[in-house]
Design a protein. Structure first.
Lengths: 209, 209
DNA sequence: TTGTATATTGACCAGATGGTCAATATACCG
DNA sequence: CGGTATATTGACCATCTGGTCAATATACAA
């Protein structure tokens, strides 16, 4: 294409169609078990056309990961040093529960990548994550130092929030089977957020906001 | 074979060699992405010999799942109705943290299976799980009814314990990256158990035993 | 309309995949 | 020893895999 008419946020329409199809398919079975053919089928185009936009499978997968991280970061809430810890953590928990609900496939794709050793995740991304945890930990530690909450390991607290919220996206099948439901409903999601916020905050010596 | 000398707990030595190799390999990349050839290589035998013991890949995978569940169930702690909830939940959390440490590959294999929709998990197994959760929930509910702990949803409490403990096995790569460690050490595992027990118990209005 | 850059497509390739089979080797029993 | 049930093995097959390529179609600028 030689004009901008076809561009949406800097990328072709077709490019994004393929990316969407790839996210969906990679999240089902992970990188290796997903074939370029099924991605092409889902996108409704011949396989050779996928290779026209993405030079190979590895490249497509990395672009998928990057694309997801952008969405992820955009919806990530920041917590501030001078905030009330109960308010900040409550908001953080609720944001992650909703993210697991609205972006469940992305969550599963990521979970898959990490379970299998995060071989395709760039080193710089891992460093980003490390830095993110370090920043939040420092804020939590400051709350502890000023006696606003119990002395709990901040890093493990972050892990606890991550794991308990993501569980509902990654293990959706198991959760729905046990709850005997066909799918999540919005009110259930609120109930989950209420439960996690209540237990985790009280567990840190905080009162629900 | 026509004698029992080769039998170990009703199964051939070779049979178990293959099963071990299969557990290891399936846990790396999941069902579809794992080839019979790499399983054979790990077992140190030709691929055709694997097919002599297991009629096909699907069959081998199911046997692997069953084998894991047996080990799993064997090391599963029961909680009793008349127990002190703090003692019982503390023991449950510690048992699961240790299990995630000693049987990390099994945990990952299972996580993988569930993330991908639990297509290979038999219906009866899902029912078993449902019943297990129902039983434990009833005990937790009785603790709540007798005022021994806060009124929290028992099922979500079980999910919280599952997710937070399993996280350290399934997302090992991520956890170790963030903690800047090469591998888990036994004392770290105890620290994790202490943290989770402390926060979750307090979060339910219980005092650490 | 025509020329040219961009897109689309089916045919094709080498290698890997799950699975089969007949030939051979091994172990045990009489 | 010889006979027979059990194991082991390499060769083989149809199908699928990621990836390439030349032929064609489309869009647009002049």
């Amino acid at each position: 294409m030689r004009e901008n008419r076809e561009f949406i946020l800097g990328q072709t329409r077709q490019y994004l169609t393929i990316l969407d199809a790839a996210i969906e398919e990679f999240s089902r079975l992970g990188y290796k078990a997903t074939s370029m053919q099924v991605i092409a089928n889902r996108a409704g185009i011949p396989k050779a056309n996928v290779h026209y936009y993405f030079k190979n499978k590895e490249n497509l997968y990395r672009e998928v990961l990057n694309h997801i991280i952008e969405v992820w970061n955009a919806s990530f809430d920041e917590i501030q040093n001078d905030e009330d810890p109960a308010v900040a953590l409550d908001r953080m928990i609720r944001a992650k529960v909703r993210l697991s609900y609205t972006h469940a496939t992305a969550s599963r794709l990521f979970a898959n990548e990490i379970i299998h050793g995060a071989e395709h995740l760039g080193e710089y991304l891992k460093q980003d994550m490390r830095q993110w945890v370090r920043d939040k930990s420092r804020i939590i530690q400051s709350w502890i130092d000023t006696g606003k909450m119990d002395p709990v390991d901040p890093v493990h607290l972050i892990f606890l929030i991550w794991s308990s919220t993501q569980h509902y996206a990654d293990f959706e099948t198991q959760v729905l089977t046990i709850l005997n439901r066909a799918e999540y409903e919005s009110e259930m999601i609120d109930g989950i957020a209420d439960f996690l916020s209540q237990v985790i905050l009280k567990g840190c010596g905080l009162q629900a906001p």
